[in-house]
Design a protein around this ligand. Structure first.
Ligand code: URA
Length: 205
């Protein structure tokens, strides 16, 4: 349930973004996480990459895709000749949602209401960057950008559009690849993910 719906802050700029995110309590996730995790990359990036939400490592570092999923993403991006530093990398939801279990913090998927509330920040980033292509990694990013929760596996590698008409390439989330047992299925899924990243790379170069 959404605890608070505060008025949206005015005058958020790229240089004040992190401060505003840190102060955001518009949904319960923001109240519990360590800090907000803004997107990262040039404001002129032709490609924007959108994940789900910061994980444990990102919540501590304050940077997107630096933990295990981020490291896999980096390896796949390299294989696809997609230079991460030329892209703008962000998440649909800007705070880490988890349940504590002992000393561990177990990832929880943000619900549709939280995704909707947080899309205000993503929309701002999209206005700043104005990417030619957005790569949506996983169901949460797809939901945030299209409003549709239709099965992501059926939509992978297809082009859709955001509600305001930006080209959107859908792909899987690297965490999904990490959860697959090692073997042929994981290899195939990884190859397909790399092919999607290569498609995005064609726009970057
Ligand atoms: N998973 C995501 O979706 N985003 C991150 O930043 C890290 C892991």
């Amino acid at each position: 349930a959404i605890a608070t719906r505060e008025a949206l802050p005015e005058g958020v700029r790229p240089d004040t973004f992190k401060r505003h995110l840190d102060a955001c309590t518009r949904c319960p996730i923001g109240c519990r996480a360590t800090q907000g995790v803004p997107g990262e990359g040039p404001m002129t990036a032709p490609v924007m990459i959108v994940g789900e939400q910061p994980g444990d490592a990102e919540d501590l570092a304050g940077r997107p895709f630096v933990g295990p999923a981020g490291q896999l993403f980096d390896r796949c991006a390299q294989a696809a000749a997609l230079p991460r530093e030329k892209t703008y990398v962000t998440n649909a939801v800007k705070h880490f949602k988890f349940t504590p279990r002992g000393k561990r913090r177990i990832h929880q998927r943000p619900d549709a209401g939280e995704v909707e509330i947080c899309s205000w920040w993503l929309d701002l980033e999209r206005q700043w960057v104005k990417p030619r292509l957005i790569l949506a990694m996983g169901a949460t990013a797809a939901l945030a950008l299209t409003g549709s929760a239709r099965d992501i596996t059926r939509r992978q590698s297809t082009l859709e559009a955001t509600r305001d008409g930006t080209a959107l390439l859908l792909t899987t989330h690297p965490s999904y690849l990490l959860r697959l047992p090692e073997g042929a299925a994981r290899q195939d899924a990884t190859a397909r993910f790399i092919a999607d990243l290569a498609e995005a790379a064609r726009i970057c170069t």
